[in-house]
Design a protein around this ligand. Structure first.
Ligand code: GLN
Length: 193
């Protein structure tokens, strides 16, 4: 059994927990106090609003704890706002939140015309079937360091990346009924264990 924490300060927490708890041998639990992080094998940073989540992380003194856990190798997956929390650089802003992943992201990158949209792409690492992708006021990755593997692009923009124990997606697999990304993350967690 693997236990995955979903950061429960704000955002799409329940949706991720439901996906995790639909998988065999996986237990998803909400995490928000320092003590909650001791018993987890991996962590999901959900979508929501990154400025608010970053502020709450600092207010609750969780930032350094998370940075230490992630740089120590704990598998982490950020979706949408979660991707922004992980990024080393946020275009046009002089703040970073956890700043652990070697990516530069642009927030709300699709502008108001295309606030939300859905598409599907084949992501070779996940298999040959197209995966449905849901974007909501999404960021994309403007640039990524040499150690960052690009998993998916949509219209030439990078929307899914992996760097060692870190995974980040600009879209929301938890809002679809396709569990491929959750399975991919769980496999990373199991391989580490
Ligand atoms: N636009 C949000 C932000 O910048 C992210 C949106 C999302 O997580 N769906 O934080």
């Amino acid at each position: 059994m693997v236990t995955i924490g979903v950061l429960a300060l704000q955002g799409a927490v329940k949706e991720h927990l439901d996906c995790l708890n639909a998988l065999p041998e996986v237990r998803g639990i909400p995490v928000k106090k320092a003590a909650d992080f001791t018993d987890i094998d991996g962590l999901i940073l959900p979508g929501g609003e990154s400025t608010t989540m970053g502020k709450l992380l600092r207010e609750y003194n969780l930032s350094q704890l998370l940075i230490d856990k992630i740089t120590g190798g704990m598998p982490v997956w950020g979706t949408c706002a979660g991707m922004i929390l992980l990024a080393k650089t946020i275009t046009g802003e002089n703040i970073r939140h956890l700043g652990v992943m070697d990516i530069c992201v642009r927030r709300n990158a699709y502008g108001s015309q295309l606030d939300s949209f859905a598409t599907s792409v084949v992501i070779p690492e996940l298999g040959a079937t197209p995966i449905p992708l849901v974007f909501i006021r999404a960021p994309y990755v403007e640039s990524a360091g040499a150690n960052v593997k690009i998993l998916a692009k949509v219209d030439d923009k990078i929307v899914a990346v992996e760097e060692n124990n870190m995974l980040a997606t600009a879209f929301h697999p938890e809002l679809t009924d396709d569990l491929s990304f959750h399975k991919y993350f769980i496999n990373k967690v199991i391989k580490r264990g």
